[in-house]
Design a protein around this ligand. Structure first.
Ligand SMILES: [Fe+2]
Length: 244
């Protein structure tokens, strides 16, 4: 049992293409996809077409939920992408489940098992420092999930946390958005520090789940140029450098 885990593509079709080629090169066919697929000033429709051309096991992210809601309530940088999408793309977004179980022993969610917009493995201090959440809090948020492997995305930070009972939580990092700023709960930055497209390959072994984090180099300058052309310089800088 060996499979790829991807998350937080955010409309970066160039990064997704590079990751799909890397997945194919490894002979991996199953792809689990943790949401926030299209939102961003990049190539939302082309990203949706790339995803729909594959038989992925996907869940909804908070930004996928926003795209299903009132268009007037979207962030400015999401509104462009909303207008690009076809009825088929919207129908696919509407079909995405909040969470799901794959092959009985893998649990997929976007952020946490109960919320699509909360940090799980990280927390933010009032000073804006992002750090690893205390284990007891992570475990409390995993209550009720019985699978031995639990997958989440949302914070764009590649990380594993092993719970006291042996369950393993994995965040594969972000394919398309290596850095961002947020005002909630306090102003903070998340920065991968490099522009690579991040994902994970996971395999079940006799000793548990082996996790391989992969950072795929791709034409991030071209992706950044798309954001620049759409007058989103912060996105362009983040995509080009992995820093805000
Ligand atoms: Fe998210």
């Amino acid at each position: 049992m060996r499979f790829a885990v991807i998350a937080d593509i955010h409309g970066n079709a160039l990064a997704l293409e590079a990751v799909l080629a890397d997945i194919d090169a490894q002979g991996v066919s199953d792809i689990l996809n943790l949401g926030d697929h299209l939102s961003g000033p990049l190539e939302a429709a082309r990203t949706a077409d790339l995803i729909l051309a594959r038989d992925m096991v996907s869940v909804s992210g908070n930004h996928d939920r926003y795209l299903r809601g009132d268009p007037a309530a979207l962030h400015e940088w999401e509104a462009d992408c909303y207008r690009e999408l076809t009825p088929a793309h919207h129908a696919w977004l509407a079909s995405l489940p909040f969470s799901r179980v794959w092959k009985d022993d893998v649990f997929l969610c976007h952020a946490t098992p109960r919320e699509d917009n909360h940090y799980w493995l990280e927390t933010v201090s009032p000073e804006g420092v992002v750090h690893a959440r205390p284990l007891a809090e992570v475990e409390a948020m995993a209550e009720g999930v019985s699978q031995s492997l639990i997958l989440c995305g949302h914070t764009h930070i590649a990380r594993t946390v092993r719970l006291s009972d042996g369950r393993l939580i994995v965040n594969p990092g972000s394919i398309g958005c290596p850095a961002y700023e947020d005002d909630l709960p306090y102003y903070h930055k998340v920065e991968a520090g490099a522009p690579h497209a991040a994902y994970a390959v996971i395999e079940r072994t006799a000793h548990g789940w082996t996790v391989e984090f992969r950072l795929v180099a791709y034409d991030s300058a071209a992706a950044a140029a798309i954001a620049s052309a759409r007058n989103r310089p912060q996105w362009a800088r983040a995509i080009a450098t992995g820093r805000c």
